[in-house]
Design a protein around this ligand. Structure first.
Ligand SMILES: N[C@@H](CCC(=O)N[C@@H](CS)C(=O)NCC(=O)O)C(=O)O
Length: 208
């Protein structure tokens, strides 16, 4: 199998930390997003979505979603599970990961892609060219600051990780998202002490 990715981008980082934690190595090619390689004919012939990361299997299957790639790899490499071991854990990991993506990750993307000059006419990743809506950038920042507070309050119960006792992919996604939020100058506020302590713990666990 072959992985196409671009190390500095947030979605590729989600996958990179997943692979690092589990010790998975795959033949990898960098697709230079800054040079627009992800939108070029050569890459689009392999990955029509024009997004990174993407995993291409020997039989021609193309995974263009981080969650699909990680689910596939978790099944191939079950050691050090990141999607939970018991039915309860699996449900909790999926629930928390979905909250991280919808409440936080999408809010950062909304803020960034609707304000940065580099994304003019490209307000969504991938195939569909859309104009920016400045109000969405402001809304994204509001959603994000609200989301940080919700996560901080939730972590006030003192649990170690989002889904309980075991580190999971939801923790990787939250930690990557906290870094990504710096791109729109909306990092988690220092006074959210539960969230800050959690993030320090997660970064250490991930070697981030
Ligand atoms: N559906 C993908 C989306 C991945 C994604 O948005 N990747 C960004 C990089 S972080 C991208 O490829 N953007 C392409 C663009 O901006 O046109 C997933 O969740 O894995």
């Amino acid at each position: 199998m072959k992985l196409y990715t671009y190390d500095p981008a947030p979605s590729p980082q989600r996958l990179a930390f997943f692979m690092k934690y589990k010790g998975i190595e795959i033949d990898t090619q960098q697709i230079d997003m800054m040079a627009g390689e992800h939108l070029g004919d050569e890459y689009r012939a392999i990955v029509p979505e024009g997004t990174v990361p993407a995993l291409v299997l020997e039989d021609g299957t193309v995974f263009a979603e981080v969650i699909g790639i990680c689910t596939y790899l978790e099944a191939l490499y079950p050691e050090k599970p990141l999607f939970g071991s018991t039915p309860l854990e699996k449900g909790l990991v999926s629930s928390w990961d979905s909250k991280v993506l919808t409440m936080l990750f999408m809010a950062v993307a909304e803020a960034l892609r609707n304000s940065s000059p580099g994304f003019k006419g490209r307000a969504l990743p991938g195939e569909l060219d859309l104009e920016q809506i400045p109000e969405l950038a402001e809304r994204g920042k509001k959603r994000l600051m609200w989301g940080w507070e919700k996560f901080d309050k939730s972590l006030a119960d003192g649990r170690r990780w989002l889904a309980g006792d075991n580190f999971s992919f939801a923790d990787i996604d939250l930690t990557v998202c906290a870094g990504f939020s710096g791109w729109v100058k909306c990092s988690p506020p220092e006074d959210l002490v539960n969230l800050q302590a959690y993030l320090a713990r997660a970064r250490e666990e991930m070697g981030a």
